[in-house]
Design a protein. Structure first.
Length: 423
């Protein structure tokens, strides 16, 4: 038996909890040099639902239908990838019909799709709108052709201009724009220009992600050979500060480590993740979090099909990865502290008095650096000298320095709480 075949469990119970669904559409023109997502490279050909593309859509629909129906309609749906804008409209329509028939889709549901420059036009955007898709995430990443080429992106500035023209022509009123900082050879001038052009495009939402060298990617291999000209750490840190200053000055609310939104335009789907709430995941490599268990699907189409076939044929619940109470607490802290609103004790899983003391003791040195803020029941700030588990109601990371050094803060929390759990 394939180890990954036994990851989905008790759908009749779990279905009662989630109202968010992620659908993984893996098709890409080419694999970017920083990407470790499960993708299927299709080159420049136009996709149709005949053959293996249609087989993949059908597999996703079968997986959806394998869950027990629920009286709770979906409130957020996110088509991610990969490049979902490569999938024919009919494929998206088939998946949405299946979701609607099985669970229902709320009247005010947020339905998002990732789109890449060079893969859509105005007519395609109108077709998405006709399906009920109402939020669009445009993967620009950089406004410099040299940087786009250096990181393996298929599109160029001409494609970006055409994409922005199509969005304006159709009158899309809820869309996000993605940028990446810390790219090889990227300069402060490059980053400032990208931010300026992103703001000028007038999106509702901007995501600024710092480059991460994922294992076994092209960039990771080049770095190991000493062939990757990454910006120095201090320059990358300044990229983060520059984004915070420039975007907030332009009226964007910095509501999450990497995300900025105009008033009322925060991504509802992603907030499900950051609040550690339940969600469905469908397609190869997708992850669900249901009933306190995590289910990760195989990352290749062949193994995903094998996994799905075995589950459908067996019809028996299989244990997923159970998240322990300490893991739930750590994940809730890690995800919740990504948000500018931070966390309160009430928003966390049950926390003992001793764990509260440990958390506050860990955070105190960072509070002294003005990286962390704490408050009481009246929302008054509490200083390190007078806080205790009963007085403190919540805490958050300060913008920008606390968010910038969040990994250092979180690793300290993880080490302390994990050591205590081991004992």
């Amino acid at each position: 038996m394939c180890k990954s075949a036994c990851l989905l469990t008790y759908p009749s119970v779990s279905s009662l909890l989630a109202t968010a669904a992620y659908i993984h559409i893996p098709f890409c023109r080419q694999r970017c040099f920083y990407c470790d997502f499960p993708v299927s490279v299709v080159g420049q050909k136009t996709l149709s639902l005949s053959g293996w593309i249609g087989d993949y859509v059908e597999a996703i629909c079968q997986e959806i239908q394998a869950y027990a129906p629920s009286s709770l309609p979906l409130q957020t749906i996110f088509f991610g990838g990969g490049t979902p804008s490569l999938l024919p409209i009919a494929g998206l329509a088939q998946i949405l019909r299946t979701l609607q028939a099985h669970w229902g889709i709320g009247e005010t549901a947020e339905i998002s799709i990732e789109i890449d420059p060079g893969t859509f036009d105005a007519d395609q955007l109108r077709a998405y709108q006709n399906l009920g898709i109402n939020r669009f995430s445009l993967g620009i990443q950089a406004f410099q052709d040299s940087l786009l080429a250096n990181c393996g992106r298929h599109h160029r500035l001409t494609d970006i201009d055409q994409a922005l023209t199509a969005i304006a022509q159709v009158g899309i009123n809820n869309w996000s724009l993605d940028l990446i900082s810390g790219l090889p050879t990227q300069t402060a001038t490059d980053w400032q220009q990208s931010l300026t052009q992103a703001i000028a495009a007038r999106p509702n939402h901007i995501s600024c992600y710092d480059l991460v060298l994922e294992p076994q990617t092209v960039f990771d291999k080049r770095e190991q050979r000493g062939q990757l000209a990454l910006p120095p750490d201090d320059l990358s840190a300044n990229f983060y500060r520059q984004a915070q200053q420039q975007l907030t000055a332009a009226g964007f609310d910095h509501y999450e480590i990497s995300n900025y939104a105009q008033v009322g335009d925060r991504c509802r789907h992603n907030q499900v993740y950051w609040r550690n709430q339940a969600y469905y995941g469908f397609g190869m490599g997708a992850t669900s979090y249901l009933q306190g268990q995590r289910f990760s699907r195989p990352r290749t189409r062949t193994h995903y099909y094998q996994w799905l076939k075995q589950w459908l044929n067996d019809g028996a619940p299989c244990p997923g990865e159970t998240v322990s109470p300490t893991e739930q607490l750590l994940e809730s802290l890690m995800l919740g502290l990504r948000l500018m609103t931070g966390v309160t004790w009430a928003q966390l899983p049950p926390v003992t008095v001793e764990q509260k003391r440990q958390i506050l003791n860990c955070l105190e040195p960072f509070q002294q650096k003005s990286w962390v803020s704490m408050w009481d029941a009246q929302q008054n700030s509490i200083t390190p000298a007078n806080h205790d588990p009963d007085a403190v109601q919540g805490f958050c990371l300060q913008d920008p320095e606390g968010l910038l050094y969040s990994n250092q803060i979180l690793s300290t929390l993880f080490a302390t709480l994990t050591d205590e759990d081991d004992q």
